[in-house]
Design a protein around this ligand. Sequence first.
Ligand code: SF4
Length: 457
Amino acid sequence: MPGLAAPYHVDAALQVGLEGCGVTREDALSLMNEAPLPALLDAAAAVRDRFKGRPVSYSRKVFIPLTHLCRDYCGYCTFRADPQPGVQPYMTADEVLAVAEAGRRAGCKEALFSLGDQPERVFPEARDFLKALGFDSTLQYLAAMCELVLEKTGLLPHSNPGLMGLDELRRLRETNISVGLMLESASPRLLRFGGPHWKAPDKVPSLRLRTIENAGELSMAFTTGILIGIGETPEERVDALLAASTVEDELRWWRFAAEVPTFGGEVPLGYAHGVAGIADALLAASRVLDDQRLRPAVREAAAFLRNRAVAANDGGLTWPNIDGTPPTMIAWCHGATGIARFFLHLSEIEPDALGVADCAARTVLATGDGLGATWCHGLGGAIETLLDIGRVGGDEAFVLGAKRLARSYENWRHDAPDGTPLWVGDEPSIVTPDAFVGVAGVVAAMLRLEGHAGGLN
Ligand code: SF4
């Protein structure tokens, strides 16, 4: 509990801190400068016990210093080195494997890759080494070494390579259990002439925060932290901690909660009432609003759906309507068709997603003849999805399949007494102009076919 002797505003700050939802800069400064240490420690312990518990875990890791070369010259660094005659600029693949294997034999589970930042940008020795092996950058070489270590030893890579862009993080994500980048400091003052970062172009705080945000967008496990004692002021420590936690808060703005039931305790996976529809809406919103904070939830939903895909005929994928039950439907509303649409849209930012959309569309192609006429549960939605995936993936088989499915419209047609063609909804008694389960959806699909194929009357 807060100490009685503390000034009122310090007690108030301690109370806010005890709630565990973060504190303002002003509160943090008064806690740092004025709070009695025992009260501060008690509050910190209470927050830890409430939100984290007491277990302390560790990872047995082997250290792999892939290169000591670095284009930065941080004033406190004891790791970096310039190129030396007779010294190889990087560890070779054999050396990397030998160290990793020795670590594995000693009981390690993790391969910690540590290295300097982008040395190839300033040292010809680094460029020549990489070029001789077919790599353009240190980060490409690092990714290849991570792949090698994972494949040959089973150790889980964790890399600390400095600044990374989205594409580089995406590749490291394939093998790395987590990736790290110390924020170190949020103070541009340290970059000034004579400061610890004045010859370190990769220590610009906004660039480091951008890498952390990129990792968050990709939902990657990530470690970061601040450095103490490099010339920063106590206030700058507070600013760095707040900057790092703000990134985390912003990235957590919208998360996918896989365990939350939606309808009657069940988790529908499809588009109309389920995960795929929510994820697609978030994806569209993130594009329209240009808000990256929605992307982690989209990717988490995609992973959730990927994990529930079931193999189907002809190399296809299908999904249960309700999580935990066997697949029964491929309709747009509840099955592979709608889920394919979400993955198709996702492929604009995650090219791998097109493969999932393609496999789902193969299921639609193989089994779509059993569908009714309308859009939500029938041919209309299937036709539109096949056309879209055929257009994006360039596979003409999907367009031909859409035309084949459209021929079934004749079987479902029930003309009105005046000869007007009508299509019934899910129930034969329902004839409605509704888009989802009525004539409008059928017409929309026909118009798409007309535009695509030309001449469908
Ligand atoms: S970026 Fe890292 S390796 Fe390079 S000089 Fe700074 S602390 Fe050392």
